[in-house]
Design a binder for this molecule. Sequence first.
Ligand code: A2P
Length: 340
Amino acid sequence: MAEKSFHVAVAGATGAVGNQMIACLEERNFPLKSLKLLASARSVGKTLKFRGEAIPVEELKENSFSNVDIALFSAGGGTSLKFSPAAAKSGCVVIDNSSAWRMDPDIPLVVPEVNAHAIAQYKTKGIIANPNCSTIQMVVALNPIHRRYRIKRIVVSTYQAVSGTGQKAIVELLEQTRAFLENRSLEKKVYPHRIAFNCLPHIDVFLENGYTKEEMKMVNETRKIMEDESIAVTATTIRVPVIYSHSESINIETEEPISAADVRELLQDAPGVKVVDDPAANRYPMAIDAAGQDLTFVGRIRKDESIANGINMWVVADNIRKGAATNAVQIAEILGKNYL
Ligand code: A2P
């Protein structure tokens, strides 16, 4: 039997994540019948490279999806709310990278290494949500531990790259850095404060409870993906002057006794994880090494000596790849293979 192949569209193709979605489809040799690239009217006239061919960018419209099987969306929450229902109505399955649909009980929120089976629920609304980047790498690292030792509580602090805010934030970091080094005045267009040589304890909007929306995404999405509402999660999310890859300091408390050696051994064979943990040789996960990779890197694994069953670890992954584009394309692969 010939391999199945699909008409695919990328909405937000000119953005930081959209660009990587196109790269992932090419690298992973996704079975394509056609590829349609969509963005705002501003981008009409541009072309983007795919398999050596220049593909014209078209304007995203409600009727863009009539002959599309799978649409990968990364064009912001508002755009997704506006266009993905129309796309789903025309018979295509939307895999959406925005936060618009993630907590909808009728929409699966999927990290293939953790809950690939949830993809089956795509039929209710024709939409599958791709989780928040910081949450994806955290659950890839923690799910195997939860299944074996039952995690009761997670305390996480993040060090998040500017690419998570989009292409314009990468430009802002580079321009501010240049201006700072040349002793020129700095422009702030994307963030409320300078990001060059600074850390901002502020990602997404502040909520009434004093947390940011990014922090609450980590709390709520973790429970939904790991399918366990009993896990206590508390998060502090920080934007740092790094271009690619989020780093996370994660502390967990488990029900069952656990040692650093147990975690190292378990994660050695965990899907999508690579343990890099040799402090004597100065080896530990770093943003600069994770950039461009699809794995989640875990290191600095050590016992939390302040409690009975606790572990500290350092988890790093490329936020644009595993945290967004790769995860979405992995979902598309399973969807295409098992469900369409
Ligand atoms: P465009 O480049 O035409 O503005 P990033 O996250 O890197 O900022 O990228 C956002 C992506 O979403 C870009 O591809 C951008 O297209 C696209 N986008 C933003 N707003 C819209 C919109 N209203 N309609 C279609 N695409 C949009």
